[in-house]
Design a protein around this ligand. Structure first.
Ligand code: AMP
Ligand code: ZN
Ligand code: FE
Ligand code: FE
Length: 285
């Protein structure tokens, strides 16, 4: 069984539509794929409708969180998408992305970059707008060669000249909300140092005590020693360990299924959830 528990579509900052994403997931030989767009579940219906036979869809989202000034991402799986408290928080974060992206455009204009909100809005389409869309605009304008090159202090990295913060949820609150909606939480790329500051291990221990289910270990932003270390930490804290591609289509270099999750861990995630169930593609597995 090949299981990839972290992907993005055009519902946020990926470049494949949800339908394209599930087709590519099946073509890549995956048995299970989770759709985890930033702060939104709006891609789920389309992914579900297009689900190829033999592929199972795990509904999810990647929730933008912040604690002690450090941005962290919380993967949430199999929660009830209509549970009102979690839904309200997701909407708050997602809606704040618009004025924040407009503010980043203004900053860039002040820095002499002729980017416009219309351009960023066109690139984002109806997906939750984020820095990768602004980064794509910078690529279009020839300011940087690739999206990744926009994530520096010069431009859009955390604390960068044109970066603006958005409303983000306290991760303890996120765990509480996701559990209340019957879902399971996995701390995404917890030691991805190249993205900016990371949280201390004592915080991961505190989150584990507050009900965090797992940590994402096999991820392109963790080197081998970091992964080995995180595996040890997970075992100490009784946390599940996942691996996933964090696929963003052409906006990032990782391939679908580049990293995968152990079937036993996937089984445990499905056992712990009660807000939603994995959706088997027509024909089933
Ligand atoms: P936002 O949610 O708008 O703050 O944007 C965060 C997204 O930007 C992440 O989910 C990544 O997809 C992307 N990102 C963050 N850091 C980097 C980086 N160093 N290189 C490329 N993409 C990045
Ligand atoms: Zn993203
Ligand atoms: Fe992330
Ligand atoms: Fe992601």
């Amino acid at each position: 069984m090949r299981i990839d528990l972290h992907t993005h579509s055009t519902a946020s900052d990926g470049t494949d539509t949800p339908a394209e994403l599930v087709r590519k997931a099946a073509a890549a030989g995956l048995d299970v794929v989770a759709l985890t767009d930033h702060d939104t579940t709006r891609g789920h219906a389309e992914a579900r409708a297009a689900l190829p036979a033999g592929l199972t869809l795990v509904t999810g989202a990647e929730l933008s969180c912040r604690i002690d000034g450090v941005g962290v991402h919380m993967l949430a799986y199999l929660f009830d998408p209509e549970e009102p408290e979690l839904l309200a928080e997701r909407e708050l974060v997602r809606d704040d992305r618009v004025p924040r992206a407009r503010a980043m455009v203004r900053r860039l204009n002040e820095l002499g970059v002729p980017v416009t909100w219309e351009q960023v809005a066109r690139i984002a389409g109806d997906g939750s707008v984020g820095r990768p869309h602004v980064a794509s605009a910078l690529v279009e304008l020839g300011v940087v060669p690739t999206v990744g090159d926009a994530f520096t202090q010069e431009w859009l990295a955390d604390g960068g000249r044109a970066a603006v913060e958005k409303h983000e949820t306290d991760p303890f609150e996120a765990i509480r909300l996701v559990k209340g909606a019957g879902g399971v939480t996995v701390f995404a790329h917890p030691a991805a140092a190249k993205r900016g500051r990371t949280v201390p291990e004592s915080l991961i221990a505190d989150l584990a005590a507050a009900g965090l289910d797992g940590i994402e270990v096999d991820h392109m932003d963790h080197d081998e020693p970091t992964r080995a270390h995180l595996r040890g930490l997970a075992s100490e804290l009784g946390l599940l360990v996942t691996g996933s591609s964090d696929y963003h289509g052409s906006r990032k270099t990782c391939r679908l299924g580049e990293y995968t999750t152990d079937p036993e861990v996937y089984g445990e995630i499905t056992r712990r959830s009660f807000g939603a169930f994995p959706v088997p593609g027509a024909g089933g597995v």
